[in-house]
Design a protein around this ligand. Structure first.
Ligand code: SAJ
Length: 427
């Protein structure tokens, strides 16, 4: 039985390790986070992802997957560590560097190294290969090297890992073919091989496509607010065209992918990427846009109940979440804030979380920032009884309000907001 060592047990590494274990490999999952490793060895997981808990328990119970804080000799090494960016937005490759260095003592001739982390163009050739070469290995001949960017959507990881088309870039052809064989053990989608550079760039362009399109939707929301147009209806109607797919506006773009990856392109070709750069700026401006609108409907010192702290619905990930910036902006403007999120645990954040009841008690507005399923139908009786002003501002267009005495705003009727509204509702 072939052995795989997966370095990095995060949102991608852990499900990937579990899938390989399920499809016949002996897998060791490595992480510097001892807590994650210990939990794994008890068959438990430290993140939220549909179906992952059951899968991990099963493969750990049968002895196919175990956790460790150090790598082991293996046939295949998969590097799946974060690539955040520095405050100036350039890529921080420190985790990729230390993960690659950590496997060096365990490499044997014929091993295959696969990098799944999202990386700037040329990283495999100019950064990862040279690290492996420091031990004298001939990369592509003695050690095979490939980039296989993950493309799965949090919340659907176990389905998309299997069904999505995989792009595999090899440092040479034989590396790509070897990596394709490995993923063929569980991927049912097509597996397409190419160069490392093309694989790096296609991954970045996928997320950039989405980021630029969300920026367009956010710009439409701003234009519609100014001109008194229902932006959401415009999107719905435009999308009836067979070749149009306008995205949805929101409170900003969060997460560890869309809000980060486009900068990897900008970093390498700044002069040539003004559109990508501008899209980032538009999406980054959305928390401020939301707060400006809160100011129109809630008096200074009023209480805003923020619903949803994760960067998107039905997940537990708060990384780069626009909600975090909105909290600081509201505090700066001297609003009282309460935070409610049924998917987030207190230890994940450095501010106090409230229950639904406490969050809305004496509040002047519920501000919906994430489309969690729990927010679809809010308890309208409680809203009436507990809020000071029954106003809901839904930046994700996900709540259904039935009562006419609760004032409901979304990006379709922003233009109806005025500083008088709060008083109107109160009286
Ligand atoms: N968002 C909008 N409007 C939309 C769609 C999304 O405002 O119409 C916001 C979300 O609320 C969220 C952010 O964008 O804040 C990102 O969410 P997402 O669902 O678009 O994507 P991620 O970041 O969870 O995952 C993306 C996926 N990429 C694409 O769909 C092209 C996923 O397939 C990648 O694997 C992942 O990035 C990654 O790891 O790179």
């Amino acid at each position: 039985m072939k052995k795989i060592c997966v370095v990095g047990l995060g949102y991608i590494g852990l499900p990937t390790a579990a899938m390989f274990a399920k499809s016949g490999y002996q897998v060791v999952g490595v992480d510097i986070n001892e807590k994650a490793v210990n939990l794994l060895n008890q068959g438990q997981i430290h993140i939220e992802e549909i179906g992952l808990g059951e899968l991990v328990k099963m493969v750990v119970d049968v002895g196919r997957l175990k956790g460790s804080v150090t790598p082991e000799h293996s046939d295949i090494f998969i590097i799946s560590v974060p690539t955040p960016n520095y405050p100036d937005h350039t890529a921080n490759l420190e985790y990729v560097k230390s993960a690659t260095e950590s496997i060096l003592p365990y490499l044997k001739e014929g091993n295959l190294v696969i990098v799944e982390s999202t990386i700037p163009p040329r990283t495999i050739d100019d950064f990862v290969a040279p690290i492996i070469q420091t031990r004298g290995w001939k990369v592509g001949e003695e050690i095979y090297l490939a980039h296989c960017p993950e493309r799965v959507l949090p919340g659907r990881i176990l389905i998309e890992l299997v069904e999505n088309i995989r792009i595999i870039g090899g440092i040479n052809k034989v590396s790509a073919i070897k990596a394709a064989e490995v993923y063929g053990s569980f991927v049912t989608g097509d597996i397409i091989t190419t160069s490392t550079l093309t694989a790096e760039m296609s991954k970045l362009m996928e997320n950039t496509f989405r980021d630029v399109n969300i920026a367009l939707a956010n710009e439409l929301a701003k234009i519609s607010d100014k001109l008194g147009i229902n932006a959401l209806e415009v999107i719905e109607l435009s999308n009836k065209h067979p070749r149009v797919n306008l995205h949805q506006p929101g409170p900003g773009v969060g997460g560890h992918c869309l809000a980060v990856d486009p900068y990897f392109i900008i970093e390498k070709a700044p002069e040539e990427s003004p559109l990508i750069n501008y899209a980032r700026k538009i999406n980054n401006s959305m928390p401020e846009f939301v707060v400006e609108h809160v100011e129109k409907i809630v008096e200074k010192n009023g209480k805003v109940a923020l619903f949803g702290l994760t960067y998107k619905g039905n997940i537990d990930d708060v990384r780069e979440s626009p909600s975090l910036e909105i909290i600081s902006l509201l505090k700066e403007k001297e609003y009282k804030v309460s935070m409610y999120d049924p998917h987030v645990k207190q230890e994940q954040v450095n501010f106090q979380l409230s229950s639904f009841d406490d969050a809305i008690s004496q509040a002047d507005c519920i501000l919906i920032l994430t489309d969690h399923i729990e927010f679809k139908g809010l308890d309208e009786v409680k809203i009436h009884l507990k809020m000071r002003n029954p106003i809901v501002f839904d930046t994700k267009n996900c709540v259904k309000i039935n009562s006419e005495s609760i004032k409901y705003y979304n990006y379709g009727n922003l233009f109806e907001m005025s500083s008088k509204t709060a008083d109107l509702v109160k009286n």
